[in-house]
Design a binder for this molecule. Sequence first.
Ligand code: NAD
Ligand code: ZN
Length: 709
Amino acid sequence: MTDPLPTTETEAAAELEALAAEIGRHNHLYHNDDAPEISDAAYDALMRRNAAIEAAFPQLVRADSPGRQVGAAPTGHLAKVAHARPMTSLDNAFADEEVAEFVDRIRRFLKLAPDEPVALTAEPKIDGLSCSLRYEDGVLIRALTRGDGQVGEDVTANVLTIGDIPRRLPGDTPAIFEVRGEVYMAKADFTALNARLAAEAAETGKEPRQFANPRNAAAGSLRQKDATVTAGRPLRFLAHGWGEASALPGDTQSSVVAALRAWGFPAADLFATAATVEDALTLYRRIEAARADLPFDIDGVVYKVDRLDWQQRLGIVGRAPRWGLAHKFPAERAQTSLLAIDIQVGRTGALTPVARLEPVTVGGVIVTNATLHNFDEIARLGVRPGDRVLVQRAGDVIPQIVENLTPEAAHPPYVFDCTCPACGSTADREESEVVYRCTGGLICPAQRVERLSHFVSRHAFDIAGLGQTLIEAFFHDGLVAAPADIFRLTEEQLAARKKDGRVWAGNLIAAIDAKRRVPLDRFLFALGIRHIGEVTARDLARRYVSARALGAMLRGAVHLHHATQPQIGEPERKFVLRRDRLLVARIDTAGIGPEVAHALIGFAAERHNRDAVYDLLRQVEPLDVVHEVRESEVSGKTVVFTGTLETMSRDEAKAQAEALGAHVSGSVSKKTDLVIYGAAAGSKLKKATDLGVRAIDEAAWGEIVRAAE
Ligand SMILES: NC(=O)c1ccc[n+]([C@@H]2O[C@H](COP(=O)([O-])OP(=O)(O)OC[C@H]3O[C@@H](n4cnc5c(N)ncnc54)[C@H](O)[C@@H]3O)[C@@H](O)[C@H]2O)c1
Ligand SMILES: [Zn+2]
């Protein structure tokens, strides 16, 4: 967990509340709908976060804390029946040390000597759903799902269709005995079932029902109202415990499991006992190594205290027994083939490469694509379509490629052609960045809504009554695709959208018309060019004064840009742009900086963008910047700033002087009228003194400025 814990009670209580709601929602999706939205690892991370906050703020533990609950209360169509003994969950461990702590806790609880051995059983943790089978006088009379641990769903009819489950126990068995275990679906059966469902759907022309993983398939198949559906599903059963029992056929976990086997229940082949923590961990690794070859999905190893008298004393705390622990496996990995690399375009134009994979089950979920983060990652992994790759799902829901398993040069290298797949514009990146962005901001379908919303926003065109929601609606209805379209909207079009919409339409058109003349800086800012925020837009506007002058400069720059591009071909060509110092130098003045220069040229070099701007210029007129000059004692004079100014930047000082009608020069000569010096002023100040030029400090300059206000 990387996020720091909340520091105040208020924050902690708020987060616990949010977690309870979120985890509750996922419990419902997982346990009742068999349709989880997040991975188990992501779910476990939420639970751990909840537990960590509860440990830091024990007074805030909620009555409905997810840490106290088992599963989810059943809500479906099946009859709800109370359990004779609660069906619990298990505490989780992820690291080896946690297993040692588990045994230490048991020793402390039972007040055992430190060297007293605590024998544990170890067995795979099957990814299915638990089920309790009640036998009375050796006959199966009821089967219940776990539900919320107190109340389960009656699935007796369904369970009778499962071949692994005996209907009747042989010979002399206790009068009452509840066998508990997992109903699961084998991996191969799961794949076949999904294929069958797809084929059936294709025949009837319906949308196929596909299960995300074997666990969901098992749960969805068992919890059917119509047991004949269950009968057609390849469900299996593994016994691992018991509930109410009038007598027990042994005094250890292992001897009871052996009896269950003798009665005809399948139990895990990899079941074993361990005398020490080290032995338990050895079993864990053995089971982990066997994992991929097991016919069913498992997500960890379950340890239980072998002695039943100790289990009895240890009892249950909250949602789980003190005598059991689920030691989960780390993120699962799997091999598959990289079919293709696609590029997704985000709402702000960022391009993300996505790996299309041959479907593979990783950690119980079918994975068909993985993120590659960015193009550097593709280079780092050296992956090419056709390669075998190692895929992993970690705490994150999005799977990732961790390694390329195909030797060098087996397939042609992946080449990114630096164009946006959504609009065909050039994609560019800055030297300091790894992310490529589409430069077709105004025309790129992936970015349009975002750009249009920006265009009408408060600091841009600021059109009264035209916000994001309306712009989105106009876009979806095909009324507005580019900024210029806003100015082509008609009252008739708008009025037709609302009942009695005349007045509204009239007002909106008037508000739009009122913005047909806007200050140049707003116009520039509204275009949504990267790095051109409000301040930079204002700087650019001040420097170029008119749209015409700015346009002329850009035309020149773009012409030069195209002329300096080597002829088509290698991808590098397209970003020569950002290395072209000469070009950038043309606009990299007045503190505008190379990043802004690159962004501007990149934008202007794109024909679609130019067309969109010309189209807009037929509708609106950007107003020239009028430099207001105030009369002051320095009007018409030449001033020089030197040294380090304390209260303002050099740029601001220069702007101040210009606003007062002064000319700012960089060097001191006989023509200089005034030198303003800051700290550590050197040769210029000396020269001024030598030439007899008047020199004042920053504070005195401040007085001149204030006097002119
Ligand atoms: N992805 C999601 O949205 C989501 C939501 C809820 C739960 N989950 C998953 O379910 C887990 C929580 O469910 P849970 O309460 O069932 O806990 P759990 O799955 O971590 O462990 C308890 C269960 O393990 C099962 N089990 C399997 N093999 C066993 C064995 N050999 N011995 C004893 N029990 C065995 C039993 O059914 C028992 O109830 C989470 O950790 C997460 O993995 C995921
Ligand atoms: Zn694009």
